[in-house]
Write a protein that binds this ligand. Structure first.
Ligand code: FES
Length: 92
């Protein structure tokens, strides 16, 4: 089953089969997300805010390490760790 990812600032809506990180999906669709550590969940530079559809229950250990409690509470995710399995809108 495909999911829909809306990249709001890029004005792109992508349908994908779940399984890839948000960073990989963005790259495949020519949407740039800064990734200083190369997508290895080391720098926190790829953080993005999920505007709609975030599930805080699936925040990964890597995300807890690199995001503040406040960021997690406000639906920030690490694009290189976050694998969306549902329809979302992101602020990029
Ligand atoms: S690219 Fe460095 S934490 Fe995601």
């Amino acid at each position: 089953m495909y999911i829909t990812i809306k990249f709001l600032k890029s004005s792109k809506t992508i349908e994908v089969f779940p399984g890839n990180t948000l960073l990989a999906i963005a790259r495949e669709n020519d949407i740039r997300i800064p990734s200083p550590c190369g997508g290895n969940a080391l720098c926190g530079g790829c953080r993005v805010r999920v505007v709609e559809g975030n599930d805080p229950q699936d925040v990964s250990a890597e995300e807890y390490n690199k995001l503040t409690d406040d960021q997690i509470a406000n639906n920030w995710r690490l694009a290189c760790s976050f694998i969306p399995y549902y329809n979302i809108s992101v602020d990029i």
